[in-house]
Design a protein around this ligand. Structure first.
Ligand code: CP
Ligand code: NVA
Length: 307
């Protein structure tokens, strides 16, 4: 049994398969062709933080695969009344086939997985957001071909998205240029653990403009992630110069794409001109969450499929 708790839980070969499979699943979806590989399977989704895209993409995707979904929140379940996560895992995994969780600490999803009889997928934790990076890489490949050897500029917080980009760069052979305000750097320990990352898989820049120079993809995220709202004011001040604007896009490759996992705050981490401009692929990126996650659900439950 395989869980998907971090980007490093799958190999480069498995990602090649998933990307091809997601492309096939997307083609069939666009042609209104049935793809019921998960008939009668049930996905449980547990949200301890808010969501629009993750909820809709997993829920719609699971129904499109012929399965069904159970949706729980912390407040609406016994999790909000201190039932231990281990007990919740034991119970839910006896009634469903696969579980997606969005929560706070990575340790909490790891504890759930330890006590689960069925595969567990990370739908975002404070530390990682692997389903989003899978969708982002699929989107890049769809628009520009292979990502190996390319440069991704990360402008903003050293957060769950940044950590996961670094894991992906190490595994899939591209480079991340990271620029964060001082005090908000990425934590190498979270990204790589005790492994030594591939030489050149990431470079740190004080100046976000320099990070964008020559990049094939420029990407950013909210200044304040869910769970860090108390730091909102301090972050607004610290991040003021980390707004992706036309000047940053102008020093990137002429063909550079812009991505944002959404939700976005125009005028904070990105200007309206960039996110609503011609280089932005944020709507494809959001849609692709569903296609890659359908491939992931199928893979975790059935393994590789031929047709
Ligand atoms: N990008 C993303 O995970 O969006 P939601 O928070 O809306 O799920
Ligand atoms: N870094 C953001 C991503 C939201 C999808 C957060 O954790 O809130």
């Amino acid at each position: 049994m395989k869980h998907y708790l971090q980007f490093t839980d799958l190999s480069a070969g498995e990602y090649t398969y998933l990307i091809d499979r997601a492309a096939l699943i997307k083609r069939k979806f666009k042609a209104y062709e049935k793809h019921h590989t998960l008939n009668d399977r049930t996905l449980a989704m547990i949200f301890e933080k808010a969501s629009t895209r993750t909820r809709v993409s997993f829920e719609a995707g699971m129904y499109q695969l012929g399965g069904s979904v159970v949706h729980l929140t912390a407040q609406g379940s016994q999790l909000g009344r201190s039932e231990p996560i281990e007990d919740t895992a034991r119970v839910i995994s006896r009634m469903t086939d696969i579980v997606m969780i969005r929560t706070f600490e990575q340790a909490r999803i790891e504890r759930f997985a330890e006590f689960s009889r069925v595969p567990v997928i990370n739908g975002l934790t404070n530390e990682y957001h692997p389903c989003q990076i899978l969708a982002d890489i699929f989107t890049f490949i769809e628009h520009r071909g292979p990502i190996a050897g390319k440069t991704v500029a990360w402008v903003g917080d050293g957060n769950n998205m940044a950590n996961t980009w670094l894991q992906a760069a190490d595994l899939l052979g591209f480079t991340v240029h990271v620029s964060t305000p001082s005090g908000y750097e990425v934590d190498e320990q979270l990204a790589f653990g005790s492994r030594t990352p591939r030489a050149g898989c990431y470079r740190v820049f004080d100046d976000p403009l320099q990070a964008c120079r020559g990049a094939d993809l420029v990407t950013t995220d909210v200044w304040t992630s869910m769970g860090y709202e108390a730091e909102n004011e301090a972050r607004r001040q610290a991040f003021a110069d980390w707004c992706v604007d036309d000047a940053m896009m102008a020093v990137a490759q002429p063909q550079a794409l812009f991505m944002h996992c959404l939700p976005a705050h125009r005028g904070e981490e990105v200007t309206a001109g960039v996110i609503d401009g011609p280089q932005s692929v944020v709507w494809d990126e959001a849609e692709n969450r569903m296609h890659v996650q359908k491939a992931l659900l199928e893979y975790l439950l059935l393994g590789r499929q031929a047709g």
